[in-house]
Design a protein around this ligand. Structure first.
Ligand code: MG
Length: 161
């Protein structure tokens, strides 16, 4: 394995439903709707995990943590991050940067954007100024624009420790 930087992309969509707890990037959001999922449905962490796994050349999130495994039911996605980072370190790699986009009508990202950045930086052991999170609405288009779902897209850059 050479020491050149490695790039990965992760995308995740979750349906939104009333009365579900809403966690985004590991941060609880006060919101009337939340993601439907086998785990806590944290679309941003799922996309970030897949981006990091992709860059590391490891299996994807769904393969490592099956949504059919009862052990993963209601599980905090932050736990997936800890296990993934263990594997990343084992390969002699570290996260150099994360760039994230969250598309959703609700919750609004802005009030907790700084907290989400800090949470991602801590979970993936990367400097805060190398993590960015952008919130977008769906502009009334498709399921996201109608508030039926949210989507997170993350690009991760990894390098040798
Ligand atoms: Mg997911």
């Amino acid at each position: 394995m050479n020491n050149l930087p490695r790039i990965g992309l992760g995308i995740d969509v979750h349906r939104l439903a009333p009365g579900r707890a809403c966690t985004l990037g590991g941060v609880p959001f006060p919101c009337d709707v939340g993601p439907v999922g086998h785990s806590d449905g944290d679309a941003l962490l799922h996309a970030a995990c897949d981006a990091v796994l992709g860059a590391a050349g490891l299996d994807d999130l769904g393969t490592l943590f099956s949504d059919r495994d009862p052990q993963n039911a209601g599980r905090a996605s932050a736990e997936f991050c800890h296990e993934i980072m263990r594997r990343v370190r084992e390969r002699g790699l570290r996260v150099l940067g994360l760039d994230c986009v969250v598309e959703t009508e609700a919750p609004k990202l802005k009030p907790l954007r700084a907290a989400v950045r800090a949470s991602l930086a801590a979970l993936f052991a990367v400097d805060l100024d190398r993590v960015n999170v952008k919130g977008k609405t769906g502009e009334k288009v498709d399921a996201i624009g109608r508030g039926e779902a949210m989507r997170a897209t993350v690009v991760a850059l990894l390098g040798a420790v």
